[in-house]
Ligand binder design. Structure first.
Ligand SMILES: Nc1ncnc2c1ncn2[C@@H]1O[C@H](COP(=O)(O)OP(=O)(O)O)[C@@H](O)[C@H]1O
Ligand SMILES: [Mg+2]
Length: 210
């Protein structure tokens, strides 16, 4: 279970996240919906440890954690960003295994076994030797998901997972998120698409315009 308590974040005098509280039970999906500028991406950046909060507490299974500190075992929240942020000069295999190698200090046997398992789950086994420029948007997204999951996160979060894709791929992303739920992955899905959010979410959080 992941909990956020009284999270506040300002940029200058602008309050972007205001006293945010949420709880996500293991294996559930929380959808966060709201207008552009509502602070959704900022929230994901703080969960990924790329941005600090001004006040508030993050808890995983009842224990406080600091998202800016990655332990040697895992990153608590893995984030799939809107533009996927794959490393263009690295193969799919190297994109997925870089952080497990460098941060988690996994052995070659460990990260190779993990990448093969994730590639199988996500249907990208044939793409491990490819480079990002050779992939479709949907394939890049699957690689970004595999890369996030390779860090053994307690929660996987997505920023606007349908926005960079052709409309007909929306159904596929929905299927993918629900299949990860079946595997027990706890997920946060940020979107401005209320229909999509309602189709996948156990819990819906609407953020107000700022
Ligand atoms: N690094 C930053 N410095 C200053 N303002 C920022 C920064 N990042 C985001 N903002 C502002 O915070 C607000 C929320 O942005 P964002 O989190 O991207 O919203 P959303 O993803 O919901 O569209 C916007 O007004 C944006 O301009
Ligand atoms: Mg955003």
């Amino acid at each position: 279970m992941i909990e956020l308590k009284n999270i506040n974040k300002k940029f200058g005098s602008k309050e972007v996240i205001q006293d945010l509280n949420l709880t996500i039970p293991d294996g559930e999906i929380l959808a966060i919906v709201g207008p552009s500028g509502g602070g959704k991406t900022t929230l994901l950046r703080t969960l990924a440890g790329l941005e600090t909060v001004d006040s508030g507490t993050f808890l995983v299974n009842g224990t406080a954690f600091n998202p800016t500190e990655t332990t040697e075992h895992e990153q608590v929240v893995g984030v799939v960003f809107q533009d996927f942020q794959l490393f263009p000069h690295l193969s799919v295999f190297d994109n997925i295994t870089l952080a497990p190698k460098m941060v988690l200090k996994q052995t070659k046997e460990e990260y190779t076994a993990k990448v093969q398992e994730l590639a199988q789950t996500l249907g990208i086994s044939e793409l491990l030797a490819s480079y990002p420029f050779q992939l479709s948007g949907g394939q890049k997204q699957r690689v970004a998901i595999a890369r996030a999951l390779a860090m053994n996160p307690s929660v996987l979060a997505y920023d606007e997972p349908t926005s960079a894709l052709d409309p007909e791929l929306r159904q596929q992303v929905q299927g993918l998120i629900l299949s990860l739920k079946n595997e027990g992955v706890t997920q946060i899905v940020v979107t401005h698409d209320l229909t999509f959010a309602k189709a996948i979410a156990d819990q819906l959080l609407e953020v107000a315009p700022k």
